[in-house]
Design a protein around this ligand. Sequence first.
Ligand SMILES: [Zn+2]
Ligand SMILES: [Zn+2]
Length: 543
Amino acid sequence: MDMDVFWADQLAEEAIIRAKKERRIVTCRGAASPSGGKHIGNLFDAAKAYMVHKAVLKKGYQSRFVFTHDDRDPLRNIPSKLPRLDGKWYMVDENTKKKLEKYLGVPYSRTPDPFKCCDSWSVHFATLWENGVRALGMKDAEFYFAEDLYEAGRFDSCVQAALEKLDVSRKIIKKFQESKESDYIPFDAICGKCGKIMGKAVSFDIEKKTVDYVCTGRDLAGKYAIQGCGFRGTTTFRGGKLPWSFEWPAQWSIWATTFEPFGKEHAEGSWPRCSVIAREVFEIEPPIPHIYEFLLINGEKMSTRYGNVYIAQEMLQIVEPEVFLYFYTKRSKKQRSLDLKTIHLLVEDFEKAERVYFGKDAADEKNRENMARMYESSFASVPKKMPFRLPYHLAVMVANLVPDRSWERSLQILKETGHVKEPLPADDEMQIKRRLELAAHWLDIFAPEGTKIAVNENPPKDLTLALKEKAALKEFAASLDQAKTEEGIYEKLYEIPRKHKIEPKAFFRAAYLALISRDRGPRLAPFIMALGRGRVKELLEKL
Ligand SMILES: [Zn+2]
Ligand SMILES: [Zn+2]
């Protein structure tokens, strides 16, 4: 039988073969420019590289996971909303926006932090990103700033190669980007006068390692046209940056990159020309590529314009880190959507893999190994014994019933429903408390309309029920003296409407209307247990 092999194991094997041939360790790499709050779609970059890195280590080969902040990229846009270091988003007011507009065209590394808590724009958003990546469990990531790498001369030899082989560089660029001018020199200088990375290289000196430039204007991704100041100056190979088509392959060279994941936009755009530049200018083989699709949220593209951009920190307020990282262990050849309204489905999916891993649940043989590897890859270190998991939907229900979030009251409900037995081990208590907190946060922020409920003290005044519905509910109320367990209640919930010749659906609807003034609600049997049978009985008897 054909086993389903975990995708990261397949790639790890390829990476090891390649690294052995090159007599190197494996390097898995990701990168992003710290342009603002990097959303959870960008996390594919880090997560995919990390999982292959971990898979290489598991196979007993050396590996590192490197992530660079491409912070010599220019500030090209001022987002309408930006997150603070604590992960909370703030609207950018007009005043701040005006002040920041002066920096359009300046590298992120030399633009001030809009929140003034860090040394630069770059450090602020890079720190936020690093915190998110580490909080997700990817703890052995090595982070680097392009600014530091340029300053330290790590790019020198690549700048030199791109300039020395100017004819080759030009020929490749011309082939892929016909609109580029014929006197193109692949180096953008930071202007010594205005600080913008708008210095167009006009000549260079390989011996002295310098570039002469003139500060001209440039279109930044079509959004803003930046004016240059006209200044003419000379700088070193460290005083600017390689254009993206050269900088990306230069990083493959600097880090001896074995494996690198990237989004579909690069696969169709710069990957082909960067691969040619890698081979013909830097004389290296491009890394093993891995292309991922865009991530949709609730079926829609993420955009600050729609207000549906989320960062890792926000997800970690509704699910445990391992649950969220599990999302990234799945194959992503197809476009994927994360549905925040039904986040419990992701949790249940993860918990199924957990039970399979610990041998508590069956999976067909073809999938078992794959699921176990996905589970393992969701942790920095896998727990020794299976953690206690309070079902997420139940945690939401408790959060619903305990608006003041009292632990004593929550615990009491869980004991009544039979989900918690005394004595409660400290580990389990911690897990339950954490999940209740997460579910309560989900209920407050992401739950679809109507999930939040208030329980009636008395039957609602405007409640109109058919006579037989009322009679059935009263009989059900009386039966609650005997039906002491969830199963017992469940049986009555079907037996009684059958006797009164009512569809179960109509009966459930009547019960929800009486209890919470809605025509639907949480699963009824556990809900009644959680509310307390006495309380439900009292209310229904008043009908
Ligand atoms: Zn800051
Ligand atoms: Zn200038």
